[in-house]
Write a protein that binds this ligand. Structure first.
Ligand code: ZN
Length: 231
């Protein structure tokens, strides 16, 4: 099981770690700052020592992070201590846009059917009528929440607490991950609360001004709203 340092501090850019295993072209470490692809957020890229990491994925059991090396890279020996670092600029864009999607959830009051984050844009799909999605209103709503400087904080609740407080699941688009007896929630107090294992900024102001670049129907239950940085 990989120790997930980004869970406690999403702003960690580097750390020391030890190689514990190799899986084809992927390196397993005892601890990591690399976010593995999941929840619509891409996996981090970066480096392990001098080796380029192209992507980070979850292992099959979901408990490990696999650091996928660029093709042709030599494999480090298990037991080797290494210095690792993520491509921070790319990750920070993911964090800002990921947090923005939580705000979008709060502005568009409809069930979420999907979503994806890229470095320069992000979208959510809603189960809602097209005429309820007004570009200018959504853009103004999201930017007002950004400018208000709301605090963003992860917290954990027990499975039992979640079951006892069904209002916590109201805005969730997917069933929360279970199994450890606790569930990670992302809380923007008074704005949005939902199960989320991703990385976020600490204050909505860090997102910066956004624009709604597109609202498009992707099917009966998928009306897609795409956000991008204003400049
Ligand atoms: Zn999130």
């Amino acid at each position: 099981m990989t120790e997930l340092l980004f869970r406690g501090d999403a702003y960690l850019k580097s750390c020391r770690a030890t190689v514990v295993g190799l899986h084809g072209d992927a390196v397993e470490l005892d601890r990591t700052v690399f976010y593995p692809m999941g929840g619509g957020q891409p996996g981090d890229s970066g480096r392990i020592g001098e080796l380029r990491v192209a992507d980070a994925r979850k292992g099959e059991d979901g408990e490990r992070v696999l650091h996928v090396l660029e093709p042709g890279a030599p494999s480090p020996m298990p037991g080797t201590p290494v210095e690792i670092e993520i491509d921070w600029e790319r990750r920070y864009h993911h964090m800002r846009l990921h947090t923005a999607l939580h705000l979008l959830c709060a502005v568009v009051r409809a069930p979420v059917t999907g979503g994806r984050i890229a470095e320069d844009k992000a979208h959510l799909d809603f189960d809602v009528e097209m005429e309820k999605l007004v570009k200018d209103e959504i853009e103004a709503g999201v930017n007002a929440l950004i400018a208000a400087g709301h605090e963003v904080r992860p917290r954990w609740v027990s499975d039992a607490e979640l079951d006892a407080r069904p209002e916590l699941v109201r805005t969730m688009s997917v069933a929360p991950p279970r199994g450890e007896g606790r569930v990670r929630l992302l809380d923007i107090p008074g704005i949005d609360l939902q199960a989320c294992g991703g990385t976020h900024v600490a204050n909505t102001r860090e997102i910066g001004r956004l624009i709604v670049v597109k609202i498009r129907s992707e099917g009966k239950r998928n009306k897609r709203v795409t956000l991008a940085f204003a400049q």
